[in-house]
Design a protein around this ligand. Sequence first.
Ligand code: MTE
Length: 317
Amino acid sequence: MLIRRPPHIRPSDITPPDVFATRRRLLAGALSVAAAAAAPAALGAATPSGTPLAARLNAALSTSEAANSWEDVTTYNNYYEFGTDKSDPAENAGRLKTAPWSVAIGGEAEVRGRVALEDLLKPHPLEERVYRLRCVEAWSMVIPWVGVPLAAVLKRFKPTSRARFVAFTTLADPVQMPGQRSAVLDWPYVEGLRIDEAMHPLALLAVGLYGRVLPNQNGAPLRLVVPWKYGFKSIKSIVRIEFSQQMPPTSWNRAAPREYGFYANVNPAVDHPRWSQKTERRIGAGLFAPRQPTLPFNGYATEVAALYRDLDLGRNF
Ligand code: MTE
């Protein structure tokens, strides 16, 4: 069920049920939580999923829609590296080793090389942003992410004027990721954005949700969140970021180019070849809740439509 809450309560003020007991064991509520909170510099070292994070709500970029419950967000997942059923990631991803973690930066940038996750995040204050997530499968959620603006991170690597795209790669490790032992996709999972999309203020590198370090099933320790695009663009467990001149390949486009384009902007006017994209089912809304209309760019048109002024969105789906 959706948690209905007054808009002035931050989603992370609502204690996820599975951490409630742990928090109660701490000495004195808010104070001990603050003391235990991890700053960006600590992330990546050995910060277990569920650790509280110190983050400031970015209200200007957040929806006031009710967030889905912790349970919805962490048990209904797409993460094919751990299986194709929605419950597989929560069951199988727990064993993924997320520390130490590093990200290789390459391609058209003045600064390149491998960066430890804690160094990648260190200069950036963590923000909480409550975004809608619209999956291409026509379901949706509202998720209170914690992360850093992608643009701020990318700029530190000084992309050259030839950098027109940014490509992202997920970890490849069939020993830890049992789904990679089957050929359901070409592994590793890859995704990409045009550089102006990547630099848009809404694009987020997430390290947490609900004020806690990301659970593995949601893409720990580092995943992309691009709220105006179908969820498959929001690649999980990133190990490589590459600036490129050419449009990079993307996993779902490679698997079924007629069904999944590079842009994948949420667009109710362009149906998936096998189903309508006009409406969506809000997870947790209940069996009898009506489907809700899908909005262009997932409701973020005011912010992002200008990026696509010169693009035919019917052809560039
Ligand atoms: N990233 C990787 N590496 N593997 C995946 O299978 N699934 C995508 C995206 N990122 C996926 C991925 C899809 S289809 C969606 S809808 C979102 O992750 C789901 O994110 P969530 O499970 O945190 O809600």
